[in-house]
Write a protein that binds this ligand. Structure first.
Ligand code: CU
Length: 154
């Protein structure tokens, strides 16, 4: 009997505690406009303009920080999902809101021998935080094509 009462008291305490926590959670909703989405840079994907290529890319480091060099790893596949070897790829970054690109850098892309269809671009650096776009210019067996995909910079 004592046990039952104790259990009931504990249950009531737990319920009131969780009920009290709910308004607290709601009050945090205004934090949704934080920059948290920009920190989750992992493998992204997209399709080139004429749909000749499927692009998968990630940055190194995963979070692109303003003023710091980073590299882009791009995997090129054709429309059938087969890796594209021997292509020429250029990767540039552009800030559409302001109409400017990167300053003081000359990115260079080389095909990696580690993985089929992998290309590594070094020497990228964005001088402003905000919304940028990566611009891919591709020429390979499937044809010449371009791609534009969004990239956040902290
Ligand atoms: Cu800008």
């Amino acid at each position: 009997m004592v046990h039952d009462r104790l259990r009931a008291a504990l249950l009531a305490a737990a319920l009131s505690a969780s009920a009290a926590a709910l308004p607290g959670c709601d009050s945090h909703d205004h934090d949704d406009h934080s920059h948290s989405t920009g920190t989750l840079m992992t493998m992204r994907s997209g399709t080139s303009d004429a749909k000749l290529y499927q692009l998968k890319w990630e940055t190194d480091p995963a979070t692109v920080v303003v003023g710091e060099l980073f590299r882009v790893r791009t995997t090129l596949q054709d429309a059938n999902g087969q890796p594209v070897l021997g292509a020429t790829l250029a990767v540039d970054a552009w800030m559409p809101e302001h109409g400017h690109g990167m300053e003081g850098v000359a990115p260079l892309t080389v095909e990696s021998t580690a993985t089929q269809g992998l290309y590594e671009t070094e020497g990228m650096r964005c001088q402003m935080p905000g919304q940028w776009e990566l611009r891919f210019t591709i020429d390979g067996t499937p044809g010449a094509d371009k791609g534009t995909l969004p990239m956040a910079v902290q």
